[in-house]
Design a protein around this ligand. Structure first.
Ligand SMILES: Nc1ncnc2c1ncn2[C@@H]1O[C@H](COP(=O)(O)OP(=O)(O)OP(=O)(O)O)[C@@H](O)[C@H]1O
Length: 236
């Protein structure tokens, strides 16, 4: 379980996140929605420790450790010239001795087997030895999720994981994230730009406006108030 309380972030003198409280239970997929600039990415980055923030973050009731949170981004950040399997192995770098982490050839056999199991989990075992750059966007995002699994982190934070994908690939990736949350008891938080996908796949939705939480509830709650309607306004 991820629990963040009082998360507050300043960029320079500007406060862009205002005492945000958010929890994600183990076995839960939480979608974070909000208009552009509402603070979704900042909240995710603060929860992950990627930007300086006031407030407290715990994972399973303890202080957040360096390996507790796995990250999945819109821009997928695989090493394109390496195989899908090597990329998944890098999820475990944080727990390997340095001399074994510098050269993929030295990845221990047990790790390669674990990475293969992670690729099987995301339905890509048959592409394990393909160069990552040769996979489709949706497949690359599934490799990134397998890499997160290989990190063995109890929390996965995904920042717009489907924004660059076509509708079918987006559904496949969200289905996978929901399935992993439920079956592996991971706490998964996904920042999304598609309310319809959030409604269909998330267990709960948190909505941000101007850096503050304004909605937190079931996935079927109305979320339209999060978004400005410039076309309607300009027509009136
Ligand atoms: N590195 C930065 N330096 C200064 N201001 C920033 C920085 N990153 C974000 N901001 C500002 O913080 C506010 C929140 O931005 P953030 O990227 O968290 O919003 P978001 O909801 O994720 O937006 P989007 O949906 O467009 O990705 C915005 O006003 C943005 O301009």
């Amino acid at each position: 379980m991820l629990s963040a309380t009082g998360l507050t972030v300043h960029y320079g003198s500007r406060r862009v996140l205002h005492e945000v409280d958010v929890t994600v239970g183990s076995g839960e997929l939480l979608a974070v929605l909000g208009a552009n600039g509402s603070g979704k990415s900042t909240m995710l980055r603060a929860a992950a420790g990627l930007v300086p923030a006031e407030g407290a973050v715990t994972v399973d009731g303890r202080g957040r450790g360096p390996l507790d949170i796995a990250l999945v981004f819109q821009r997928i950040h695989l090493v394109g010239s390496r195989s899908a399997l090597d990329n998944v192995c890098t999820g475990a770098l944080g727990r390997l001795p340095l001399h074994r982490s510098l050269t993929p050839a030295l990845f221990p056999r047990a790790l390669r087997e674990e990475a293969m199991a992670c690729l099987e989990r995301v339905g890509l075992a048959d592409r394990a030895h393909d160069r990552a750059a040769g996979l489709s966007g949706g497949q690359q995002q599934r490799v990134a999720i397998a890499r997160a699994l290989c990190q063995r982190a109890p929390v996965v934070l995904a920042d717009e994981p489907v924004s660059a994908l076509d509708p079918a690939a987006a559904e496949q990736v969200l289905d996978l994230l929901a399935e992993l949350a439920h079956a592996e008891r991971l706490a998964v938080l996904a920042v999304l730009h598609q309310p319809d996908l959030a409604r269909r796949y998330a267990d709960r939705i948190v909505g941000l406006r101007d850096g503050a939480v304004v909605l937190d509830g079931d996935a079927d709650q109305p979320v339209e108030s999060l978004y400005p309607h410039p076309l309607l306004e300009s027509a009136s």
